[in-house]
Design a protein around this ligand. Structure first.
Ligand SMILES: [Zn+2]
Length: 152
């Protein structure tokens, strides 16, 4: 586990490395390595910027046809880093802010959060894979409606 102290030292910090595994709920499984490239800049005492990219391939299941699918994930990172103690006093309402203890900054946790945020909500084997079940569901519901109509 990589812990950085972002409250001191020299900036920018340039990082380029490969992760063999990540622990993010509800995403596919990583094939090979996740390539991480990051640059951390210090804007002021309690304000840092992080940009770079995360790249990796994942196997997942198509939500429609359940076929195994490979996703190539490439996420650009452009995030503001702030200390946890500012989470309540912060009124800027930027959604691209990651809060963490800047003295013991857990890089793995940051990467996992960013990967989870950038992972697609809907996984499809291909763009044109559409839901076949929809018409079936409608047909199934129809008889009930008819019966209710009769009762009324
Ligand atoms: Zn599909």
């Amino acid at each position: 586990m990589k812990i950085l102290n972002l409250t001191e030292g020299s900036f920018p910090i340039n990082l380029s490395y490969k992760l063999e595994s990540i622990d993010v709920p509800k995403i596919g499984s990583l094939i090979g390595n996740l390539e991480v490239k990051l640059r951390i800049l210090r804007i002021s005492n309690n304000l840092l910027k992080c940009d770079g990219s995360i790249k990796g391939d994942f196997t997942d299941i198509c939500q429609n046809c359940l076929k195994e699918t490979i996703l190539n994930i490439f996420s650009e990172i452009d995030v503001t880093l702030k200390d946890l103690n500012e989470i309540h006093s912060d009124s800027s309402e930027q959604d691209q802010t990651h809060y963490q203890d800047l003295e013991y900054f857990n890089l793995q946790k940051f990467i996992e959060e960013e990967t989870g945020l950038n992972y697609p909500d809907i996984v499809k084997c291909e763009e044109s894979c559409i839901e076949e079940n929809e018409s079936l569901i409608q047909e199934k519901n129809f008889p009930f409606k008819k019966i209710r109509d009769l009762i009324d």
